[in-house]
Write a protein that binds this ligand. Structure first.
Ligand SMILES: Cc1cc2nc3c(=O)[nH]c(=O)nc-3n(C[C@H](O)[C@H](O)[C@H](O)COP(=O)(O)OP(=O)(O)OC[C@H]3O[C@@H](n4cnc5c(N)ncnc54)[C@H](O)[C@@H]3O)c2cc1C
Ligand code: FES
Length: 277
C-alpha cells in the first residue's frame, strides 16, 4: 500500500482463480513487496477495486503463515463483487490494505475455541483456523460449526476432513435446506452446539455470518455459559475510506473499518443491529 497516500489503490495481479461454489470464487492475488502488505493478521481485510466499477472491502481468507499470495473469497452479490468474480488469472485489480482488527488467536492460547460461521462467513475465519492449527498443541478443544443455505453453498468442504483427521477438530456442518443426497444435519447452526465438547469457562468463541445468525449464536453461546467478553464477532458495514476518515462505517464512537471489523461482543453490543447512525 502507498503509505503516503493510502486512499490510492495499487495495481495488483491475479495469479490464480479457484472456483469454490456456483456464486463464489477465490482470487489469489500477488501482494506488493512491502512487508506491511505481505503480512496480515487473521480477520483483516483489503479494499479491492474493480477498475472502472468500484471498490469494496473483502476479507483475506488464506493462510497467514503463507502470505505469498492474498486469498480473497468473494461471493457475487452485486455490482462490484460481480466485476471482481469475472477476473481471470493474469488480470489486474486495485488493492489497498490490509486493514482492521484481528481475531484474538494468540491471546486465546490455552483455551478451547468455538468457531461459528454462516455462509461466506467462513472466509474471514479460515485464516484464524489455519493459525490455530499451526500451533495445535497450544489450544484445547477446537470446534468449527458451519451452516450454509444448501449443500452447494458449502465453502472449503474439502478441508474439513483434514481438520478433523489430522488436527482433531470437531467440525459439524448443517444446511438450511437439503436435497435427496444430503445425509448430514439440517437446521440452523446453533442446533449443532449441544453436540460438541468444550469447557464454557475456558472457551473463546469467534463468529462470522449474517447478523441474524450472529445474534442467535451469541444468545446460545451465553446460554452455554460463555462470557460476552470471550465472544468475538465481525461486523459488516458499508465502507469507503477504510481509514477512519469518511464516517461511512461509524457507529457512535466506533469505526468498523479501523476499530473493527472484529470486536468482542461486550464492546460492540450497544451498536449491534444498528445499520447506520
Ligand atoms: C470488513 C468486511 C469484509 C468483507 N469480506 C467479504 C468477503 O470476504 N467476501 C465477500 O464476498 N464479501 C465480503 N464483504 C462484503 C462485501 O464487501 C459486499 O458483498 C460488497 O460490498 C457488495 O458490493 P457490491 O457492489 O457487489 O454489491 P451492491 O451492488 O452494493 O449490492 C447489491 C445487492 O446485494 C446485497 N448485498 C450486499 N452485500 C451483501 C452480502 N454480503 N450478502 C448478501 N447480499 C449482499 C445488497 O444489499 C444489494 O441488495 C465484506 C464486507 C466487510 C465490511
Ligand atoms: S470507511 Fe471511512 S470511516 Fe470507516
Amino acid at each position: 500500500m502507498d503509505v503516503a497516500n493510502p486512499m490510492v489503490p495499487e495495481t495488483r495481479r491475479v495469479k490464480r482463480v479457484i472456483r469454490e461454489t456456483h456464486d463464489t470464487l477465490t482470487l489469489c492475488v500477488e501482494p506488493g513487496d512491502d512487508e506491511a502488505e505481505r503480512s496480515f493478521a487473521p480477520g483483516q481485510f483489503n479494499m479491492l477495486y474493480a477498475f472502472g466499477v468500484g471498490e469494496v472491502p473483502i476479507s483475506i481468507s488464506g493462510d497467514p503463515g503463507k502470505p505469498r499470495l492474498w486469498h480473497h473469497t468473494i461471493r457475487d452479490v452485486g455490482t462490484v463483487s460481480h466485476a471482481l468474480t469475472q477476473l481471470k488469472a493474469g488480470d489486474t485489480l486495485g488493492a489497498r490494505g490490509p486493514f482492521g482488527s484481528a481475531w484474538p488467536v494468540t491471546a486465546s492460547r490455552g483455551s478451547d475455541i468455538v468457531i461459528m460461521a454462516g455462509g461466506i462467513g467462513l472466509a474471514p475465519l479460515r485464516p484464524a483456523i489455519y493459525a490455530i492449527l499451526a500451533e495445535r498443541d497450544q489450544y484445547g478443544e477446537i470446534v468449527v460449526l458451519y451452516g450454509a443455505r444448501t449443500q452447494k453453498d458449502l465453502l472449503f468442504s474439502k478441508e474439513f476432513e483434514s481438520w478433523r483427521g489430522k488436527y482433531g477438530v470437531q467440525v459439524r456442518v448443517t444446511i438450511d435446506s437439503a436435497g435427496p443426497y444430503w445425509k448430514g444435519n439440517v437446521g440452523v447452526v446453533t442446533t449443532l452446539l449441544p453436540r460438541v465438547r468444550f469447557d464454557p469457562a475456558h472457551t473463546v468463541a469467534m463468529i462470522c455470518g449474517p447478523e441474524v445468525m450472529m445474534r442467535f449464536s451469541v444468545i446460545e453461546l451465553k446460554n452455554h455459559g460463555i462470557d460476552e467478553k470471550n465472544i468475538h464477532i465481525t461486523m459488516e458495514r458499508n465502507m469507503k475510506c477504510a481509514l477512519g476518515f469518511c464516517g461511512h462505517c461509524q457507529l457512535g464512537p466506533t469505526f468498523i473499518c479501523k476499530d473493527g471489523p472484529v470486536f468482542s461482543f461486550d464492546r460492540i453490543k450497544p451498536f449491534f443491529g444498528i445499520r447506520e447512525i
